[in-house]
Design a protein around this ligand. Structure first.
Ligand SMILES: Cc1ncc(COP(=O)(O)O)c(C=O)c1O
Length: 395
């Protein structure tokens, strides 16, 4: 599989080996009304009205003063209650810190946890925003392989084989961006055993926890015996409540680590925006009706996606959770970076190449379901013309 096309513009070539920069460069090129974007992972569905009303009320009440660094006490308490009752994490208010989105949460965690010389294990492929957060702490990332034939479930033996004396932590993300895989309870138990034996801290990114399909279950590793003292759980409101732009996330961890995070947060962004925290409080204490309505919408889109990819004879990893189809594009004979560019240029469809999630993934595309079913069908029909055309040329 070669990356040959000389027509790929310089702005794509320049960033081809930097996943996050590559995603942003493609989004920039795809920022035209005729483009159907199946790239980003931000929900397109409307934020539920009671959440918007809470934000409006907070503004009308003049709630523009800052909250404590770790967050609005009522919000921290509500998050702790949710984690205790829904995720079986043994936490209270002091174990919770509210962040300006999960993205900031990741950065704070790496700054507070890692030192130069430390290594952290991260599954391959990965959400490449982890890279910058880890590098900015001066630490090294070590990839743990995952496998299409195993639905990109994480494997305890592969983790153990990657451990060296400098390994301080393991990052897991379930459901996974970009693969849509989940880490099953059985595997989490095996991973917990490895973490305990090797004294690893586990960072568990659970931002897509509410989006699990086909009867699969989300399990929080921090709920397993012996794990709460060594687990840092990251979650947020962006995906669950379709409120990405309000920027609220949270971290649950032992209290001394929460205090360390709060110190870093105080030096950087300070507390999360008060209005956004009020909206988050309404989200987490309010009705889950809207969330229940989101699920059948996503189910319908998943069905359309499966049919469209089958029509192109492209196969994908079992999408058990999150919003993504991790699709094997090798039958096209074109490197994924190039294919993404061609899809954008020739079909006005924005899809991220696997290379935006790790250098080994030039044979995959990450296709998201965050457009209406009609648009997904249209995008796949456009995509098919390109795929068929290149497949024919390759034969
Ligand atoms: C795996 C993962 N973690 C964390 C985040 C951060 O999300 P946000 O900053 O919107 O909370 C994202 C966003 O796409 C993500 O995909």
């Amino acid at each position: 599989m070669t990356f040959a096309n000389p027509n790929i513009p310089e702005e794509i070539r320049r960033v081809a080996s930097d996943g996050t920069a590559l995603r942003y460069a493609l989004m920039e090129l795809g920022n035209r009304p005729e483009v159907i974007a199946l790239g980003r992972g931000d929900p397109d569905l409307p934020t539920p009205p009671h959440i918007l009303q809470a934000a409006q009320r907070a503004l009308q009440d003049g709630q523009t003063a800052v909250t404590p660094i770790a967050g609005l006490p009522e919000l921290r308490e509500a998050i702790a209650h949710k984690l205790l009752t829904e995720n079986q994490l043994p936490v209270s208010t002091d174990n919770v810190l509210v962040t300006t989105g999960g993205q900031e949460g990741l950065f704070l965690i790496m700054q507070a946890l890692l030192n130069p010389g430390d290594t952290i294990l991260v599954p391959d492929p990965r959400y490449t925003s982890y890279d910058e957060a880890i590098a900015s702490a001066g630490a090294q990332m070590v990839m743990v392989p995952t496998d299409h034939n195993d639905a990109f479930n994480l494997n305890a033996a592969a983790i153990e084989a990657s451990i060296t004396p400098s390994t301080k932590a393991l990052l897991i993300v379930t459901p996974s961006n970009p693969t849509g895989g989940i880490v099953t309870r059985e595997r989490l138990e095996q991973i917990a055993d490895v973490a305990i034996r090797h004294n690893l801290i586990v960072i568990s990114d659970e931002i897509y926890e509410k989006f699990v399909f086909d009867g699969w279950q989300h399990v929080s590793i921090g709920s397993l015996p012996g794990m709460s003292a060594r687990t840092i759980t990251l979650n947020g409101f962006s995906k669950t409540y379709a409120m990405t732009g309000l920027r609220v996330g949270y971290i649950a961890a032992p209290t001394d680590f929460i205090e360390a995070l709060a110190r870093v947060k105080a030096y950087t962004t300070g507390a999360a925006a008060t209005v956004s925290q009020r909206a988050a409080l309404a989200a987490i204490t309010g009705t889950d009706e809207a969330l229940a309505e989101f699920i059948p919408i996503y189910e319908e889109r998943r069905k359309a996606m499966k049919e469209g990819l089958a029509a192109m004879h492209l196969n994908y990893s079992d999408p058990r959770g999150a919003f993504f189809f991790w699709t094997n594009s090798t039958p096209t004979g074109i490197h994924a970076t190039e294919l993404s560019y061609l899809l954008l240029k020739e079909a006005n469809v924005l899809i991220f190449p696997g290379t935006a999630f790790g250098e080994n993934w030039g044979g995959y595309l990450r296709i998201s379901i965050l457009q209406s079913t009609d648009k997904i069908i249209e995008a796949l029909a456009r995509m098919r013309t390109v795929v068929d055309n290149y497949r024919l040329k390759g034969e």
